[in-house]
Design a protein around this ligand. Structure first.
Ligand code: NAD
Ligand code: DAU
Length: 341
């Protein structure tokens, strides 16, 4: 079913923004509202030069505030919600889990309640981190146990369970999506790829947590966005859909590739104290989703990484604009918390 009035939460952030852009450019009839609190990770710059901008409206508001959500629903009258607003950085959740509880747990329930009252579909965007470490090398299916390892992942798992409970209890039209690590333009430079790109170019040290042999599976944000469009249009209520890139890479290999692309020196690499509870390996089995939603990623990793690194290097104004005090203070606290490897 084609939804005509889609409320997207968190679209001033990275993946929400990629999704909003794909939504507006692939459906010429759709109207979209962004609801975003503009935290340190939400950037007004991301909402400039949108395709189909005349069909988009921005509203600043907090998903954990029932009043803000009710006002957004009253103003926009959505017929579906795609919920991406979240606190998303694992290291921050270790330093202070409180905003994660508020946004990822309470905020998700507030939106579930609003969608149920309005009788509309909600897509909850979640993560492979809810399954925790796949140390045995197997890919998680939607039936695998949830064993989150850090506060961020635990709050995402709580949100997923609230959504699935709303379906079971109320028959609510809600579905959950889980995805592996995303990369691409407009990601706040606290996450591995943009952070290492900018530090490599600036000749700064590149802090690798522990041995750097942890593996992540990487999917381009636009491929994830296409999966979310498919889930919104064709997904079944109560289901969990999974999106993956299909091949894990070590953090060290990623950073070495970035160094080569951004023109840094290997001596910049510095092994530092590991992230507490650091998951070694994530992997998702997305075979059922590919079949059911007719979705598959279309971007090869190496050229997409090259284009991503090039995007950050070609957009210094964006990088300066998003690197506010909140980001600088966190990065200093994060590195101070780490001793040598
Ligand atoms: P992000 O940190 O880049 O952006 C989050 C956005 O949410 C920001 O615009 C921020 O202002 C907004 N926000 C935060 N708290 C809010 C609140 N209380 N009310 C309204 N807006 C609020 O996030 P991202 O990396 O784009 O992740 C988006 C979603 O995708 C999250 O739910 C995340 O768990 C999930 N996810 C991310 C990845 C990844 O690799 N980044 C992978 C899988 C799933
Ligand atoms: O797997 C999906 C998840 O991917 C999402 O749910 C999260 O929202 C998103 O932040 C991301 O989590 P990660 O913890 O995997 O991403 P991050 O970029 O923080 O780190 C990627 C890997 O790189 C991880 O193993 C930690 C390591 N790392 C990260 C940073 C920032 C370093 O070694 N050094 C660093 O400075």
């Amino acid at each position: 079913m084609a939804h005509q009035r889609v409320l997207v939460t968190g679209a001033a952030g990275f993946i929400g923004n990629a999704f909003l852009r794909r939504l507006l450019e692939t459906d010429a009839d759709v109207q979209a509202m962004t609801l975003d609190a503009l935290t340190y990770a939400g950037h007004r710059e991301n909402l400039e030069d949108l395709p189909g901008a005349a069909r988009h409206v921005f509203r600043q508001g907090d998903v954990a505030s029932a009043e803000d959500v009710a006002a957004a629903f009253a103003a926009f009258q959505p017929d579906a919600v795609v919920h991406l607003a979240a606190e998303t950085h694992v290291d921050r959740s270790i330093l202070d889990p409180a905003p994660f509880m508020r946004t990822n747990v309470h905020g998700t329930q507030v939106l579930l309640d609003a969608c149920r009252a309005a009788g509309i579909r909600m897509v909850l965007v979640s993560t492979d981190e809810v399954y925790g470490d796949r140390e045995d090398g197997t890919a998680a299916t939607p039936d695998s146990p949830l064993r989150p390892s850090n506060p961020y992942a635990a709050t995402k798992a709580a949100g997923d369970l609230l959504a699935l409970a709303a379906h079971r209890t109320h028959g609510q039209d809600v579905l959950v999506t889980r995805c592996t690590n995303n990369f691409g333009p407009r990601q706040t430079p606290e996450k591995l790829i943009p952070l290492m790109t900018l530090r490599a170019q600036a000749g700064k040290r590149l802090p690798i947590y522990g041995d750097g042999l942890q593996r992540r599976d990487w999917l381009h944000g636009d491929d994830h966005a296409d999966g979310l469009l498919a889930a919104l249009a064709r997904g079944a209520p109560g289901r969990v859909y999974q999106f993956a890139g299909g091949r894990g890479r070590t953090n060290l290999a990623i950073v070495q590739a970035i160094l080569a692309l951004a023109g840094g020196a290997p001596t910049q690499i510095e092994h530092v104290g590991d992230r507490p509870g650091h998951d070694r390996y994530y992997a998702l089995d997305d075979a059922a989703t590919r079949a059911e939603l007719a979705w598959a990623p279309t971007r090869d990793f190496e050229p997409a990484l090259e284009a991503t690194v090039a995007w950050y290097l070609a957009n210094p104004a964006w990088c300066r604009a998003v690197a506010g005090e909140g980001l600088r203070t966190f990065l200093e606290a994060n590195y101070e918390a780490r001793g040598p490897a």
